[in-house]
Design a protein around this ligand. Structure first.
Ligand SMILES: *[C@@H]1O[C@H](CO)[C@@H](O)[C@H](O)[C@H]1NC(C)=O
Ligand SMILES: *[C@@H]1O[C@H](CO)[C@@H](O)[C@H](O)[C@H]1NC(C)=O
Ligand SMILES: *[C@@H]1O[C@H](CO)[C@@H](O)[C@H](O)[C@H]1NC(C)=O
Ligand SMILES: *[C@@H]1O[C@H](CO)[C@@H](O)[C@H](O)[C@H]1NC(C)=O
Ligand SMILES: *[C@@H]1O[C@H](CO)[C@@H](O)[C@H](O)[C@H]1NC(C)=O
Ligand SMILES: *[C@@H]1O[C@H](CO)[C@@H](O)[C@H](O)[C@H]1NC(C)=O
Ligand SMILES: *[C@@H]1O[C@H](CO)[C@@H](O)[C@H](O)[C@H]1NC(C)=O
Ligand SMILES: *[C@@H]1O[C@H](CO)[C@@H](O)[C@H](O)[C@H]1NC(C)=O
Length: 373
């Protein structure tokens, strides 16, 4: 049984390398769900992998192609391409979607978190791994951090190079993610992002470089740990981000529309009205400096706030830093240390939870308690 699995895994690896010279496989946007269960070894832990697509599941036309490749590998291929996995865990795989991460949407997010919550509640499951495209990985990671209610490890992993590339990073990243998901030291740390030997917290980790392998980290908040010879080492004891709110989205059928507007010299106030007119229930601004909003845009936000009561959140355009709230009479809720894309998700979940604007102000403020508190 085990030998035949290994042989079939080897064929998968060979098939992968042959794709290096074949034309890319054209696949439908959403593949049918494809499940896999590796042979059960009673002395190994159990990890469930949810595959969503992305570069880690992509193939180029040559082994030097590292942009413009296509998504297509199923969860079965991802797992069988790394036979070493069979020595660290029994693995069950589910295909949730098979898209690049720019196409991940609320349907997929809600589906994913529901499946993870169901799976992680089982005594026979020790940890969860999600494979994902890197472009919006930090958004899904943050969404899961706020909507998965568990002490067991949930690890989100991707790759910067397609499976067909020389020095593809996906296989080792998957192996490390699975090892992390089985690690007792990984309990009670919230959702973790694992790529390129580094482990970071989903709450603050962000994609810092569009192309380089070493792209996921939180420059200010730091890393949680590092792999030495594939063993995860943590720098600190278990903790989660200050002020993290848990949301129960089990019954949700969708997420409210929240748009992000990027601020700059002569930013157009018309975009605020256009966004609200198109159905946004809230707006996050990628403000200049510490959440600064140019005067005409600020006026439009204030007018729309007065007209609708919707929440308007100011985050920042710079890579790092703090965007404060104004006093409660103002429209402006500061995102604190959250970047615009993470602030958007916290705002969506807060609106979904039925919080009014005053409560939403508190939800954001909880992430940066005043020193006097
Ligand atoms: C099961 O896993 C254990 C621990 O890694 C290993 O020693 C053993 O050889 C495995 N058994 C089989 C049948 O693969
Ligand atoms: C799994 O572990 C066994 C025993 O340590 C070893 O012989 C085998 O090569 C390993 N297989 C893989 C795929 O790492
Ligand atoms: C999200 O994407 C999936 C897969 O392409 C699709 O089935 C679904 O309708 C999309 N949902 C929304 C809200 O666009
Ligand atoms: C959501 O989950 C169900 C059940 O697993 C699956 O059949 C469906 O395709 C999923 N939809 C999306 C958009 O992921
Ligand atoms: C792993 O899963 C198998 C099959 O469901 C189960 O028999 C076993 O007890 C599980 N192992 C652990 C450590 O939970
Ligand atoms: C999370 O789980 C804990 C303990 O099981 C429970 O008390 C709490 O209500 C849950 N929170 C949410 C948001 O579901
Ligand atoms: C919004 O309403 C407040 C309170 O009524 C008022 O003081 C303020 O001038 C209004 N802002 C705008 C831009 O109309
Ligand atoms: C934008 O919307 C606000 C609130 O409804 C309104 O007061 C304002 O006149 C609108 N601005 C424009 C240019 O339409």
């Amino acid at each position: 049984m085990r030998l035949s699995t290994l042989i079939s895994a080897l064929f998968q690896v060979l098939a992968l390398s042959q794709h290096a010279t074949a034309s890319p496989v054209q696949l439908s946007y959403l593949l049918p769900r494809q499940d896999i269960q590796t042979p059960i070894n009673a002395s190994l832990p159990n990890v469930t992998i949810f595959a969503t697509g992305g570069t880690i599941a992509s193939q180029g036309t040559t082994n030097t192609q590292t942009i413009g490749y296509s998504v297509g590998l199923g969860v079965q291929q991802l797992i069988t391409a790394v036979p070493d996995l069979l020595n660290v865990s029994n693995i069950k795989g589910y295909q949730i979607s098979n898209v690049d991460s720019g196409s991940i949407n609320q349907t997929i997010l809600l589906n994913l978190t529901r499946h993870i919550n169901e799976e992680i509640a089982k005594d026979s499951v020790q940890g969860i791994v999600v494979t994902h495209g890197t472009d919006t990985l930090e958004e899904t990671a943050f969404f899961l951090d706020l909507t998965v209610n568990a002490t067991k490890p949930v690890v989100i992993v991707g790759a910067m190079r397609p499976a067909t590339a020389l020095s593809a990073d996906g296989p080792l990243n998957i192996l490390q993610a699975v090892i992390l998901a089985t690690s007792k030291n990984a309990l009670n740390r919230g959702v973790m992002v694992s790529l390129n030997d580094r482990i970071s917290s989903a709450f603050y980790a962000t994609k810092n470089h569009a192309n380089a392998l070493d792209t996921f980290y939180a420059a200010e908040q730091g890393q949680l740990g590092f792999y030495i010879n594939q063993v995860p080492f943590f720098y600190y004891g278990a903790a989660t981000a200050v002020g993290k709110t848990n949301f129960n989205v089990a019954g949700a059928t969708g997420l409210p529309q929240v748009d992000i507007l990027y601020e700059h010299q002569e930013a157009s106030p018309a975009l605020v009205n256009a966004s609200i007119a198109s159905g946004a229930r809230g707006i996050v601004f990628a403000g200049v400096g510490a959440g600064g909003i140019p005067p005409l845009v600020s006026l439009a936000a204030y007018q729309n706030y007065n007209a609708t009561g919707f929440p308007f959140v100011a985050s920042r355009r710079p890579a790092d830093g703090f965007a404060p709230s104004d006093d409660e009479s103002s429209w402006r809720i500061g995102s604190g240390f959250l970047n615009p894309q993470k602030a958007r998700i916290l705002l969506q979940l807060s609106i979904l939870a039925g919080h009014d604007t005053a409560k939403i102000r508190d939800v954001f403020a909880a992430t940066y308690p005043s020193p006097a508190a």
